[in-house]
Design a binder for this molecule. Sequence first.
Ligand code: ANZ
Length: 810
Amino acid sequence: MTQAPGTYDHRTIEAKWQQYWLSRKTFKTTAEGAKPKYYILDMFPYPSGDGLHVGHPEGYTATDIMARFKRMRGFNVLHPMGWDAFGLPAEQHAVRTGTHPRATTVKNITRFRQQIQSLGLSYDWDREIDTTDEGYCKWTQWIFLKLFERGLAYESFAPVNWCQELGTVLANEEVIDGKSEVGGFPVTKRPMRQWVLKITAYAERLLQDLDELDWPDAIKEQQRNWIGKSVGATVTFDVDGQQGLSFKVFTTRPDTLFGATFVVLSPEHPLVAKIVAPQLQTKVEAYIQSAQRKSDRDRLATTDKSGEFTGASAINPVNGEAIPIYIADYVLMSYGHGAIMAVPAHDDRDHAFARKFNLPIRRVLTGGLGDIEAEAHCGDGTLVNSGFLNGKDKAEAIQAMTDWLVREGRGEAQVTYKLRDWLFSRQRYWGEPIPIAHDMDGRPLPIPEKDLPVRLPPLEDYKPTGGGEPPLARAPESWLNVELQGKPCRRETNVMPQWAGSCWYYLRFIDPRNPAKAWDEKLERQFMPVDLYVGGAEHAVLHLLYARFWHKVLYDMDLVSTKEPFKKLVNQGMILGENGEKMSKSRGNVVNPDDVVGEWGADSFRLYEMFMGPLEATKPWQTNGIVGCNRFVKRAYRLFVGEDGALSTGVSGTTSETFRRLLHKTIKKVTDDTEGLRFNTAIAAMMEFVNAAYREESMGREAAQSFVLLLAPYAPHLAEDLWERLGHRETLAYHPWPSYDATLVADDTLTVTVQVNGKLRGIIQVSPVADKVLVLSQAKELEGVARYLDGKNLLKEIYVPGKIVNFVVS
Ligand code: ANZ
């Protein structure tokens, strides 16, 4: 179909400029030059078989607008894209079809790349990376070895989260409500040999350094809660009548020790077997069994407390009282010391337990609703029934009791964290092989750096065994056997979890093709940290915590120069289906970006995704919204291009004074809003500008040119096209951003109050540039003012510019 010469045709225009940018490498970033750097990063996608979702371009358009804006503002912008390509779907596809996950991955990446390029995003494609690429994998394994050398990667034989359906273990962060994050399958505890990363060694720094970050408060709070720091004390209790047997409890409330009326051990506590009375043994054992079948979360959540008496007692060190020892599943072995001192008067869980088992409830703090039998008082108060603590407030009492425990050798101050070490091995195929082999004594030895990468061996069958044996255990003997340090060894057959590659990809983008190093230190210093990171909020305690952890380890090794990787983080909101529900295939409300781009063009799509509402907000897709944005694009085009295809005369004429003011206000608004990521209001200002331009006979060259530049980050294809029509030969990508004249953006009128002898007599509107004489004469003309001046002696005329006029009369 041939178009009339002056018709806006997004297909031709967009294809032309995409080709232009790609073939000339318009967005290639180099390290040379004196410009300040600006690093803008997207959370790189997993290239799934479904292709791009409309949620992806939302974040990508936002970062693209920023990247284009910052280039025009004189920054050396680093804006890369790549593929987080290890993961379950490609492997599940392989299990079903026998196709190697690499083939699926390559195919999906090709589709994703083509889709992303059809949006006109200004990435430096020379920096594209793929986490499954051997040249990348090699360095992921290299970082693992660094962690291993520092004792931060170790083998553990503790019970782990096992997911039978997925055939693999999972990290705590990947288990939600007792189910796997991927797929929602049941997860149970099971002891297995696993690789674990010591993220707990960084708990305090991961917590403290959150304060420095310009991140959404909600994400910082989620990380704080996940790290879960508690300040308190350890108290040692002796078992009554059993010489040498004692145990420790962790408490955040040592002030309440006089109120402890029983103690509770976790069912898994090693002491249980030693103290349980013979006649209670059967019941206790049955209870231990039942506790093991529950997840930690369920154990903490149940309001109906269960437990068993052990028959033994413990001595409260502060008053010598013998109190019963119970076991109960609400006490977890994995937290504190796996045992608690129970203070039912001041802790809800202990209160519920005491009520159920008829145990005494002793108030040791004033306050609360009154009846301590009915409800625990968990807040502040003054200590009572507590010997040397009586009369002290809670904070003083915590300190005084901690001091006493230390002095008596019965305890010490202690800080605990909820964060657990990161379970880092998976019984899967499509992941980075762990660069370790075991000698015949089972000792783990590192694969020498020169032998990296350890490549994934080809397999006939990619299935997990279900018994916990990784698929790589079926690899050819030639792969499995390796000689290290002169000893025959067998390779590790677990692989790394999906999160490994994304822990450091932002560093590889800085120096993506370096064959000799993971990255060059000088380049790292030049480009880090990431100035703006945009992505979904679902990674709050997974990727965003893991990457911060690796980064801190690398910082301690002097391999990176900043304490934190991502200075500013923004979470884009979710785009819902047209019916206001989450988009999903089963709901049939998925919008395919290819269809939208095909029908309306990338510029309209970009504008619409940004115009829907604030970037962070959750918002539903609306087809008529895209129609509106497309209309704006066409109207903008028509302002410049006549029906005959020639440049409109309105572009070259003169600009009226009022329109000039509007132009400068628009420049200011779009500049400020773009800088503040308020893209929707910036677009609204450009729409108003176009409407106003239609009312003018001519907008003039200055206005035309500036408008095209403002539009460029948002609708880059159209902007480049109009720029070319205005006679420019070069891309506008690096053209300086328009500036505005401050005097022209000031409000057109100011409100000035007029007083006579200090009393308000009227209000006038004046121009900001009006001089005193003009303002005073305007003020005197007001009827309400004239009345008070008439026949009076005018002693003084005061004008506070833009604010007040005061006439002093007698
Ligand atoms: C006595 C006490 C009295 C407590 C009181 C609280 C209130 P956070 O803040 O979450 O760290 N606790 C200690 N170890 C536990 C475990 N392994 N499983 C379950 N609960 C455990 O919670 C610390 C409090 O949780 C500790 O302080 C302890 O109960 C309980 F009025 O000790 B508290």
